[in-house]
Design a protein around this ligand. Structure first.
Ligand SMILES: Nc1ccn([C@@H]2O[C@H](COP(=O)(O)O)[C@@H](O)[C@H]2O)c(=O)n1
Ligand SMILES: C[C@@]1(CO)OP(=O)(O)OP(=O)(O)OC[C@H]1O
Length: 164
C-alpha cells in the first residue's frame, strides 16, 4: 500500500440534552433521564464518525449531504445516514480502514454500551468492530458537557484510496 494514498478525517459534533427525547448514541438507545435534541435522532457519535469519513474524502459534512432543513431527515435513524456516508466514501474510491472516537458526557455511564456501539457503527460502515474504537470521558464537571447541558463526540478515520 502506497502511504501517499492514505487519508485521515476528523469529525466533531455536539447536541443539547433535553427532557422528552431519547438518548441514542452509536445506534444504542441508552436509558437516561434526558436525551439529545436534533433534527434527526441526534446520534452525536454517529454524526462525528460520519464527518470523519467525509473529512477523509474532502466531501464536506453531513449537513451538506442531509440538510437539517429537509423534512426527509426529521427523526432520521443516524445509522442509516452513516451507512449512506460509507457508501458515498466507497463510491469515491476509498476504503475505510480504521475509526476511533471519544464521547464527552458527564452522565450516564457509557462503558456498558461501548461494544454494542462499536458493533452498530461497524455494521453501518461495512467494516469489522475490531476497526472501530469508542471511548468515553467525563469532563470533570467542567464546560457544557460537565454541566450536563449537552454531549459532544469526536472521531478520526483512516481511509485509503483504492488504485486498481
Ligand atoms: N459518560 C462516561 C464517562 C466516562 N466513562 C468511563 O469512566 C472512565 C473515567 O472517566 P474520567 O472522565 O474520569 O476520565 C472513562 O475512562 C470511561 O471508561 C463512562 O463509561 N461513561
Ligand atoms: C443529522 C442532521 C440531519 O438533517 O441533523 P441533526 O440531527 O440536527 O444533526 P446535526 O449534527 O446538527 O446536523 C447534521 C444533519 O445532517
Amino acid at each position: 500500500m502506497d502511504p501517499r494514498n492514505l487519508r485521515i478525517g476528523q469529525g466533531y459534533d455536539v447536541h443539547q440534552l433535553v427532557e422528552g427525547r431519547k438518548l441514542i448514541m452509536g445506534g444504542v438507545d441508552i436509558p437516561h433521564t434526558r436525551g439529545l435534541l436534533g433534527h434527526s435522532d441526534a446520534d452525536v457519535l454517529a454524526h462525528a464518525v460520519a464527518d470523519a469519513l467525509l473529512g477523509g474524502v474532502r466531501g464536506g459534512d453531513i449537513g451538506k449531504l442531509f440538510p437539517d432543513t429537509d423534512p426527509a431527515y426529521e427523526g432520521a435513524d443516524s445509522m442509516k445516514l452513516l451507512a449512506a456516508v460509507a457508501d458515498f466514501v466507497r463510491e469515491r474510491g476509498y476504503e475505510i480502514l480504521d475509526v476511533d472516537s471519544v464521547i464527552a458526557a458527564q452522565a450516564p455511564k457509557l462503558s456498558p454500551y461501548r461494544d454494542q456501539m462499536r458493533e452498530n457503527l461497524a455494521r453501518a460502515m461495512g467494516i469489522s468492530p475490531e476497526n472501530v474504537g469508542v471511548k468515553a470521558t467525563t469532563t470533570e464537571h467542567l464546560g457544557f458537557e460537565g454541566r450536563e447541558e449537552g454531549i459532544s463526540a469526536t472521531a478520526v478515520a483512516l481511509l485509503v484510496r483504492c488504485t486498481d
